[in-house]
Design a protein around this ligand. Structure first.
Ligand code: HEM
Length: 416
Protein backbone atom coordinates (compact mmCIF):
# COMPACT_ATOMS: atom_id res chain seq x y z
CA UNK A 1 0.00 0.00 0.00
CA UNK A 2 1.34 3.43 -0.97
CA UNK A 3 1.69 5.76 2.00
CA UNK A 4 1.26 9.37 1.08
CA UNK A 5 4.15 11.71 1.58
CA UNK A 6 3.60 15.44 1.85
CA UNK A 7 3.19 17.02 -1.55
CA UNK A 8 3.86 20.61 -2.26
CA UNK A 9 0.84 21.95 -4.09
CA UNK A 10 0.85 24.27 -7.05
CA UNK A 11 2.92 24.59 -10.17
CA UNK A 12 6.61 24.23 -10.66
CA UNK A 13 8.59 25.26 -7.55
CA UNK A 14 11.85 26.21 -9.33
CA UNK A 15 11.17 29.84 -8.43
CA UNK A 16 10.59 28.88 -4.79
CA UNK A 17 13.93 27.11 -4.85
CA UNK A 18 15.68 30.18 -6.24
CA UNK A 19 13.89 32.44 -3.76
CA UNK A 20 14.63 30.36 -0.66
CA UNK A 21 18.03 28.98 -1.62
CA UNK A 22 19.68 26.93 1.10
CA UNK A 23 16.49 26.97 3.18
CA UNK A 24 14.14 25.67 0.46
CA UNK A 25 14.32 21.99 1.49
CA UNK A 26 14.87 22.58 5.28
CA UNK A 27 11.88 24.95 5.42
CA UNK A 28 9.58 22.34 3.90
CA UNK A 29 10.99 19.43 5.89
CA UNK A 30 10.18 21.53 8.92
CA UNK A 31 6.69 22.64 7.96
CA UNK A 32 5.65 19.20 6.67
CA UNK A 33 7.32 17.54 9.69
CA UNK A 34 8.74 15.00 7.25
CA UNK A 35 12.20 14.09 5.98
CA UNK A 36 10.67 13.40 2.60
CA UNK A 37 8.36 15.44 0.39
CA UNK A 38 7.33 15.60 -3.22
CA UNK A 39 7.35 18.70 -5.38
CA UNK A 40 7.83 19.85 -8.97
CA UNK A 41 11.17 21.26 -10.05
CA UNK A 42 12.56 22.05 -13.49
CA UNK A 43 9.29 20.96 -15.06
CA UNK A 44 9.18 17.50 -13.50
CA UNK A 45 8.13 15.60 -10.41
CA UNK A 46 10.89 15.62 -7.79
CA UNK A 47 11.52 14.17 -4.35
CA UNK A 48 13.40 16.18 -1.73
CA UNK A 49 14.78 14.50 1.35
CA UNK A 50 17.21 15.07 4.20
CA UNK A 51 18.62 13.60 7.41
CA UNK A 52 20.94 10.71 8.15
CA UNK A 53 18.62 7.88 7.03
CA UNK A 54 17.78 9.69 3.81
CA UNK A 55 21.51 10.18 3.12
CA UNK A 56 22.08 6.46 3.57
CA UNK A 57 19.43 5.68 0.97
CA UNK A 58 20.69 8.39 -1.39
CA UNK A 59 24.22 6.93 -1.45
CA UNK A 60 23.01 3.37 -2.05
CA UNK A 61 24.16 2.67 -5.64
CA UNK A 62 21.47 0.05 -6.14
CA UNK A 63 18.78 2.69 -5.57
CA UNK A 64 20.10 5.84 -7.28
CA UNK A 65 22.08 6.73 -10.37
CA UNK A 66 23.62 9.94 -11.67
CA UNK A 67 23.25 9.75 -15.45
CA UNK A 68 20.65 12.30 -16.48
CA UNK A 69 20.54 13.88 -13.03
CA UNK A 70 22.39 17.17 -13.47
CA UNK A 71 20.49 19.73 -15.55
CA UNK A 72 22.19 20.64 -18.85
CA UNK A 73 22.72 24.24 -17.76
CA UNK A 74 24.65 23.12 -14.69
CA UNK A 75 26.80 20.91 -16.92
CA UNK A 76 27.49 23.83 -19.26
CA UNK A 77 28.90 25.84 -16.37
CA UNK A 78 29.73 24.20 -13.07
CA UNK A 79 30.36 20.50 -13.79
CA UNK A 80 31.26 20.22 -17.46
CA UNK A 81 29.87 17.45 -19.64
CA UNK A 82 30.62 13.70 -19.33
CA UNK A 83 32.78 14.01 -16.24
CA UNK A 84 32.91 11.67 -13.23
CA UNK A 85 29.80 13.31 -11.74
CA UNK A 86 27.60 11.81 -14.49
CA UNK A 87 28.97 8.23 -14.43
CA UNK A 88 27.50 5.13 -12.76
CA UNK A 89 28.56 1.58 -11.92
CA UNK A 90 31.94 0.15 -12.89
CA UNK A 91 32.73 3.09 -15.13
CA UNK A 92 32.27 5.47 -12.23
CA UNK A 93 34.31 3.33 -9.85
CA UNK A 94 37.19 3.16 -12.33
CA UNK A 95 37.21 6.92 -13.00
CA UNK A 96 36.82 7.73 -9.32
CA UNK A 97 39.82 5.54 -8.51
CA UNK A 98 41.84 7.78 -10.82
CA UNK A 99 40.79 10.85 -8.80
CA UNK A 100 41.43 9.20 -5.46
CA UNK A 101 44.91 8.08 -6.58
CA UNK A 102 45.85 11.80 -6.52
CA UNK A 103 45.03 12.01 -2.81
CA UNK A 104 47.87 9.99 -1.23
CA UNK A 105 49.35 11.26 2.02
CA UNK A 106 52.54 12.28 0.15
CA UNK A 107 50.55 14.32 -2.34
CA UNK A 108 48.56 15.96 0.48
CA UNK A 109 51.78 16.80 2.32
CA UNK A 110 53.08 18.37 -0.89
CA UNK A 111 49.85 20.38 -1.17
CA UNK A 112 50.36 21.54 2.42
CA UNK A 113 53.83 22.85 1.55
CA UNK A 114 52.79 24.52 -1.70
CA UNK A 115 49.91 26.28 0.06
CA UNK A 116 52.20 27.58 2.78
CA UNK A 117 54.78 28.78 0.25
CA UNK A 118 52.34 30.76 -1.91
CA UNK A 119 50.53 32.14 1.13
CA UNK A 120 53.77 33.38 2.63
CA UNK A 121 54.78 35.03 -0.67
CA UNK A 122 51.41 36.73 -1.06
CA UNK A 123 51.41 37.88 2.58
CA UNK A 124 54.63 39.83 1.89
CA UNK A 125 52.71 41.61 -0.81
CA UNK A 126 49.71 42.23 1.49
CA UNK A 127 52.00 43.98 3.98
CA UNK A 128 52.73 46.62 1.37
CA UNK A 129 49.10 47.22 0.50
CA UNK A 130 46.91 49.33 2.76
CA UNK A 131 44.06 46.86 2.55
CA UNK A 132 43.08 43.64 0.85
CA UNK A 133 39.81 41.95 -0.05
CA UNK A 134 40.49 38.50 1.27
CA UNK A 135 38.19 36.60 -1.09
CA UNK A 136 39.87 38.17 -4.14
CA UNK A 137 43.33 37.33 -2.81
CA UNK A 138 42.29 33.81 -1.84
CA UNK A 139 41.11 33.10 -5.40
CA UNK A 140 44.56 34.04 -6.73
CA UNK A 141 46.28 32.09 -3.98
CA UNK A 142 44.25 28.99 -4.75
CA UNK A 143 44.79 29.35 -8.51
CA UNK A 144 48.56 29.28 -7.91
CA UNK A 145 48.24 26.36 -5.52
CA UNK A 146 45.89 24.40 -7.80
CA UNK A 147 48.10 24.78 -10.86
CA UNK A 148 51.35 23.93 -9.14
CA UNK A 149 49.83 20.91 -7.39
CA UNK A 150 48.18 19.66 -10.59
CA UNK A 151 51.36 20.07 -12.67
CA UNK A 152 49.75 22.82 -14.77
CA UNK A 153 52.18 25.58 -15.82
CA UNK A 154 51.05 29.11 -14.95
CA UNK A 155 52.77 32.37 -15.86
CA UNK A 156 52.66 35.11 -13.23
CA UNK A 157 50.91 37.41 -15.70
CA UNK A 158 48.21 34.78 -16.31
CA UNK A 159 47.18 34.39 -12.67
CA UNK A 160 44.46 37.06 -12.58
CA UNK A 161 42.81 35.94 -15.80
CA UNK A 162 42.80 32.24 -14.89
CA UNK A 163 41.61 32.96 -11.35
CA UNK A 164 38.79 35.06 -12.84
CA UNK A 165 37.67 32.32 -15.21
CA UNK A 166 37.84 29.53 -12.65
CA UNK A 167 35.90 31.50 -10.06
CA UNK A 168 33.35 32.71 -12.62
CA UNK A 169 32.57 29.06 -13.40
CA UNK A 170 31.83 28.52 -9.71
CA UNK A 171 29.99 31.77 -9.05
CA UNK A 172 27.73 31.48 -12.10
CA UNK A 173 26.70 27.90 -11.37
CA UNK A 174 23.04 28.62 -10.79
CA UNK A 175 22.70 31.92 -12.62
CA UNK A 176 20.47 32.90 -15.46
CA UNK A 177 20.95 35.38 -18.28
CA UNK A 178 24.17 37.35 -18.50
CA UNK A 179 25.94 35.52 -15.69
CA UNK A 180 25.05 32.17 -17.20
CA UNK A 181 26.62 33.28 -20.50
CA UNK A 182 29.72 34.53 -18.69
CA UNK A 183 29.98 31.20 -16.87
CA UNK A 184 29.73 29.28 -20.13
CA UNK A 185 32.40 31.41 -21.78
CA UNK A 186 34.71 31.03 -18.79
CA UNK A 187 34.22 27.25 -18.92
CA UNK A 188 34.93 27.12 -22.67
CA UNK A 189 38.13 29.15 -22.27
CA UNK A 190 39.26 27.02 -19.35
CA UNK A 191 38.48 23.73 -21.12
CA UNK A 192 40.49 24.87 -24.16
CA UNK A 193 43.41 25.70 -21.91
CA UNK A 194 43.19 22.18 -20.41
CA UNK A 195 42.79 20.53 -23.83
CA UNK A 196 45.96 22.17 -25.17
CA UNK A 197 47.93 20.95 -22.18
CA UNK A 198 46.60 17.38 -22.45
CA UNK A 199 47.53 17.34 -26.15
CA UNK A 200 51.03 18.60 -25.37
CA UNK A 201 51.52 15.86 -22.80
CA UNK A 202 50.29 13.18 -25.17
CA UNK A 203 52.58 14.51 -27.95
CA UNK A 204 55.42 14.40 -25.45
CA UNK A 205 56.04 18.13 -25.85
CA UNK A 206 55.51 18.42 -22.13
CA UNK A 207 56.50 16.09 -19.30
CA UNK A 208 54.56 16.74 -16.11
CA UNK A 209 55.73 15.02 -12.97
CA UNK A 210 54.25 11.59 -12.32
CA UNK A 211 51.53 11.68 -9.68
CA UNK A 212 50.26 15.11 -10.70
CA UNK A 213 46.72 15.49 -11.99
CA UNK A 214 47.93 16.59 -15.44
CA UNK A 215 50.06 13.46 -15.82
CA UNK A 216 47.49 11.09 -14.35
CA UNK A 217 44.52 12.38 -16.36
CA UNK A 218 46.44 12.67 -19.64
CA UNK A 219 47.55 9.02 -19.42
CA UNK A 220 44.49 7.50 -17.71
CA UNK A 221 42.95 4.56 -19.56
CA UNK A 222 39.28 3.65 -19.35
CA UNK A 223 37.89 0.12 -18.84
CA UNK A 224 38.33 -0.55 -22.58
CA UNK A 225 42.00 0.45 -22.33
CA UNK A 226 41.56 3.71 -24.25
CA UNK A 227 42.81 7.18 -23.32
CA UNK A 228 40.04 9.61 -22.36
CA UNK A 229 38.56 11.71 -25.17
CA UNK A 230 40.31 15.12 -25.15
CA UNK A 231 37.07 16.87 -24.16
CA UNK A 232 36.54 14.53 -21.24
CA UNK A 233 40.16 14.72 -20.07
CA UNK A 234 39.81 18.53 -20.09
CA UNK A 235 36.62 18.34 -17.99
CA UNK A 236 38.31 16.04 -15.47
CA UNK A 237 41.43 18.19 -15.15
CA UNK A 238 39.14 21.12 -14.56
CA UNK A 239 37.37 18.95 -11.96
CA UNK A 240 40.62 19.29 -10.00
CA UNK A 241 41.53 22.93 -10.67
CA UNK A 242 38.07 24.52 -10.34
CA UNK A 243 37.11 23.15 -6.91
CA UNK A 244 40.56 23.87 -5.49
CA UNK A 245 39.95 27.50 -6.43
CA UNK A 246 36.52 27.20 -4.78
CA UNK A 247 38.28 26.62 -1.46
CA UNK A 248 38.71 30.44 -1.55
CA UNK A 249 35.09 30.56 -0.38
CA UNK A 250 35.86 28.39 2.65
CA UNK A 251 39.00 30.45 3.35
CA UNK A 252 36.73 33.50 3.51
CA UNK A 253 34.26 31.74 5.82
CA UNK A 254 37.09 30.49 8.05
CA UNK A 255 38.37 34.03 8.52
CA UNK A 256 34.83 35.21 9.09
CA UNK A 257 34.42 32.57 11.82
CA UNK A 258 37.62 33.76 13.54
CA UNK A 259 36.13 37.25 13.51
CA UNK A 260 32.57 36.27 14.51
CA UNK A 261 33.50 33.77 17.21
CA UNK A 262 36.52 35.20 19.05
CA UNK A 263 36.02 32.94 22.07
CA UNK A 264 36.33 29.79 19.97
CA UNK A 265 39.15 31.34 17.93
CA UNK A 266 41.12 32.06 21.10
CA UNK A 267 41.18 28.34 21.79
CA UNK A 268 43.13 27.84 18.57
CA UNK A 269 46.10 29.47 20.28
CA UNK A 270 45.57 27.68 23.57
CA UNK A 271 44.78 24.18 22.38
CA UNK A 272 46.76 21.96 20.05
CA UNK A 273 46.36 20.90 16.46
CA UNK A 274 43.18 18.91 17.21
CA UNK A 275 41.38 22.18 17.69
CA UNK A 276 42.35 23.35 14.17
CA UNK A 277 40.82 20.19 12.75
CA UNK A 278 37.61 20.70 14.76
CA UNK A 279 37.43 24.40 13.90
CA UNK A 280 37.70 23.68 10.18
CA UNK A 281 35.12 20.89 10.40
CA UNK A 282 32.73 23.26 12.14
CA UNK A 283 33.26 25.89 9.43
CA UNK A 284 32.29 23.26 6.84
CA UNK A 285 29.23 22.24 8.85
CA UNK A 286 28.06 25.69 9.83
CA UNK A 287 28.37 27.86 6.70
CA UNK A 288 26.38 27.26 3.52
CA UNK A 289 28.15 25.96 0.41
CA UNK A 290 26.42 23.27 -1.67
CA UNK A 291 22.70 23.26 -0.81
CA UNK A 292 21.95 19.74 -2.08
CA UNK A 293 23.10 16.88 -4.32
CA UNK A 294 20.92 15.36 -7.06
CA UNK A 295 20.35 11.86 -8.45
CA UNK A 296 17.65 9.80 -10.19
CA UNK A 297 15.88 6.71 -8.90
CA UNK A 298 17.54 3.69 -10.57
CA UNK A 299 14.79 1.09 -10.07
CA UNK A 300 11.44 1.28 -8.25
CA UNK A 301 11.91 0.76 -4.52
CA UNK A 302 9.99 1.41 -1.32
CA UNK A 303 11.28 3.30 1.70
CA UNK A 304 9.27 4.43 4.72
CA UNK A 305 6.21 3.05 2.96
CA UNK A 306 6.71 5.33 -0.03
CA UNK A 307 7.50 4.07 -3.52
CA UNK A 308 10.32 5.86 -5.31
CA UNK A 309 9.53 5.51 -9.00
CA UNK A 310 12.29 4.77 -11.49
CA UNK A 311 13.69 7.94 -13.06
CA UNK A 312 12.40 10.41 -10.45
CA UNK A 313 14.73 13.33 -9.75
CA UNK A 314 15.73 13.25 -6.07
CA UNK A 315 17.56 15.94 -4.11
CA UNK A 316 19.41 15.28 -0.86
CA UNK A 317 19.46 18.22 1.56
CA UNK A 318 23.15 18.72 2.40
CA UNK A 319 22.89 22.05 4.22
CA UNK A 320 19.80 20.98 6.18
CA UNK A 321 21.33 17.67 7.23
CA UNK A 322 24.34 19.55 8.63
CA UNK A 323 21.85 21.67 10.61
CA UNK A 324 19.44 18.89 11.62
CA UNK A 325 18.59 19.35 15.30
CA UNK A 326 18.18 15.59 15.76
CA UNK A 327 21.79 15.10 14.70
CA UNK A 328 23.38 18.24 16.13
CA UNK A 329 22.78 19.97 19.48
CA UNK A 330 21.98 23.62 18.90
CA UNK A 331 22.84 23.29 15.22
CA UNK A 332 22.88 27.05 14.70
CA UNK A 333 25.62 27.55 17.28
CA UNK A 334 29.23 27.64 16.09
CA UNK A 335 30.90 25.10 18.36
CA UNK A 336 34.04 23.30 17.11
CA UNK A 337 34.09 21.11 20.21
CA UNK A 338 31.02 19.21 19.03
CA UNK A 339 33.47 17.30 16.83
CA UNK A 340 35.15 15.87 19.93
CA UNK A 341 32.27 13.47 20.35
CA UNK A 342 31.19 13.13 16.73
CA UNK A 343 31.26 9.46 15.78
CA UNK A 344 32.41 9.98 12.23
CA UNK A 345 29.33 8.70 10.42
CA UNK A 346 29.59 9.15 6.63
CA UNK A 347 25.91 10.20 6.54
CA UNK A 348 25.32 13.01 9.07
CA UNK A 349 28.13 15.49 8.31
CA UNK A 350 27.86 15.95 4.56
CA UNK A 351 29.00 19.39 3.34
CA UNK A 352 30.82 17.64 0.49
CA UNK A 353 28.39 14.76 0.07
CA UNK A 354 28.13 11.50 2.02
CA UNK A 355 28.89 7.80 1.74
CA UNK A 356 32.19 6.37 0.54
CA UNK A 357 34.78 8.38 -1.42
CA UNK A 358 35.77 5.42 -3.61
CA UNK A 359 32.45 3.68 -4.19
CA UNK A 360 30.08 6.64 -4.40
CA UNK A 361 29.96 10.25 -5.51
CA UNK A 362 31.22 11.77 -2.28
CA UNK A 363 33.60 14.66 -3.04
CA UNK A 364 37.02 13.49 -4.18
CA UNK A 365 38.61 16.62 -2.77
CA UNK A 366 37.45 16.52 0.83
CA UNK A 367 40.92 15.84 2.26
CA UNK A 368 42.43 18.50 -0.02
CA UNK A 369 39.85 20.99 1.24
CA UNK A 370 40.45 20.27 4.92
CA UNK A 371 44.24 20.33 4.51
CA UNK A 372 44.27 23.69 2.74
CA UNK A 373 41.83 25.22 5.23
CA UNK A 374 44.03 24.15 8.15
CA UNK A 375 47.22 25.58 6.63
CA UNK A 376 45.50 28.90 5.96
CA UNK A 377 43.82 29.04 9.38
CA UNK A 378 47.12 28.32 11.13
CA UNK A 379 48.85 31.03 9.10
CA UNK A 380 46.17 33.62 9.82
CA UNK A 381 46.13 32.85 13.53
CA UNK A 382 49.86 32.47 14.18
CA UNK A 383 51.77 34.29 11.46
CA UNK A 384 49.64 37.26 10.56
CA UNK A 385 48.34 40.36 12.30
CA UNK A 386 45.47 42.19 10.65
CA UNK A 387 42.48 44.33 11.40
CA UNK A 388 38.93 43.83 10.25
CA UNK A 389 37.39 47.28 9.69
CA UNK A 390 33.64 47.87 9.99
CA UNK A 391 31.93 46.37 6.93
CA UNK A 392 28.96 44.26 5.89
CA UNK A 393 30.04 40.79 7.00
CA UNK A 394 26.70 39.20 6.18
CA UNK A 395 26.27 36.40 3.65
CA UNK A 396 23.20 35.38 1.70
CA UNK A 397 21.20 32.25 2.43
CA UNK A 398 19.64 32.58 -1.00
CA UNK A 399 22.30 33.14 -3.66
CA UNK A 400 24.26 29.98 -4.31
CA UNK A 401 27.13 29.66 -3.72
CA UNK A 402 27.02 32.05 -0.79
CA UNK A 403 30.06 34.31 -0.32
CA UNK A 404 30.50 36.95 2.43
CA UNK A 405 29.16 40.18 0.89
CA UNK A 406 32.14 42.44 1.53
CA UNK A 407 34.59 39.78 0.36
CA UNK A 408 36.12 40.42 3.83
CA UNK A 409 38.22 43.55 3.85
CA UNK A 410 41.39 43.35 5.96
CA UNK A 411 43.70 46.25 6.83
CA UNK A 412 47.12 46.64 8.52
CA UNK A 413 48.18 43.18 7.42
CA UNK A 414 51.58 42.36 8.93
CA UNK A 415 53.57 39.16 9.23
CA UNK A 416 54.59 38.34 12.78
C1 HEM B 1 31.89 16.18 -5.75
C2 HEM B 1 31.48 19.74 -2.49
C3 HEM B 1 36.17 20.78 -3.05
C4 HEM B 1 36.54 17.36 -6.47
C5 HEM B 1 31.41 17.03 -4.79
C6 HEM B 1 30.03 17.02 -4.31
C7 HEM B 1 29.93 18.01 -3.40
C8 HEM B 1 31.21 18.65 -3.30
C9 HEM B 1 28.67 18.41 -2.62
C10 HEM B 1 28.93 16.12 -4.82
C11 HEM B 1 28.59 14.98 -3.92
C12 HEM B 1 27.50 14.15 -4.54
O1 HEM B 1 27.14 14.35 -5.71
O2 HEM B 1 26.97 13.24 -3.89
C13 HEM B 1 32.70 20.38 -2.42
C14 HEM B 1 32.96 21.55 -1.62
C15 HEM B 1 34.27 21.85 -1.79
C16 HEM B 1 34.84 20.86 -2.70
C17 HEM B 1 31.95 22.29 -0.76
C18 HEM B 1 34.99 23.02 -1.18
C19 HEM B 1 35.64 23.89 -1.89
C20 HEM B 1 36.69 19.87 -3.95
C21 HEM B 1 38.09 19.79 -4.30
C22 HEM B 1 38.19 18.84 -5.28
C23 HEM B 1 36.86 18.33 -5.53
C24 HEM B 1 39.19 20.62 -3.67
C25 HEM B 1 39.40 18.34 -6.02
C26 HEM B 1 40.64 18.48 -5.62
C27 HEM B 1 35.31 16.77 -6.59
C28 HEM B 1 35.00 15.74 -7.57
C29 HEM B 1 33.65 15.40 -7.36
C30 HEM B 1 33.16 16.24 -6.26
C31 HEM B 1 35.94 15.16 -8.60
C32 HEM B 1 32.84 14.35 -8.12
C33 HEM B 1 32.87 13.04 -7.37
C34 HEM B 1 32.02 11.97 -8.01
O3 HEM B 1 31.08 12.28 -8.76
O4 HEM B 1 32.30 10.78 -7.76
N1 HEM B 1 32.10 18.03 -4.15
N2 HEM B 1 33.85 20.00 -3.05
N3 HEM B 1 35.99 18.98 -4.70
N4 HEM B 1 34.18 17.05 -5.84
FE1 HEM B 1 34.06 18.44 -4.37
Amino acid sequence: EQRGIPKESGFDQSIGLLREGYMYIPNRRHSFQSDLFETRLLGQKAICMGGKEAAEIFYDNTKFKRSGAAPKRVQKTLFGENGVQTLDGEEHKHRKQMFMSLMSSERLEHLNNITYKHLDTMATDWEKKGQIILYEEAKKLMTRVACEWAGVPLWAKEVDKRADDLSTIIESSVSMGVNYRKGKQARNRSENWMKDLIAQVRNEERMPEEGTALYTIAWHRDLQGDLLEPDVAAVELLNILRPIVAIAIYISFTTLAVQQFPEQARKLKENGSDYYQMFVQEVRRYYPFFPFAGARVKENFTWEGFTFKKGTLTLLDLYGTNHDHRLWDNPDRFDPERFKTWEGSPFDFIPQGGGDHYLGHRCAGEWVTVRVMKVVLDYFVNRLDYQVPTQDLSFSMVSMPSIPKSGIKLTHVKKV
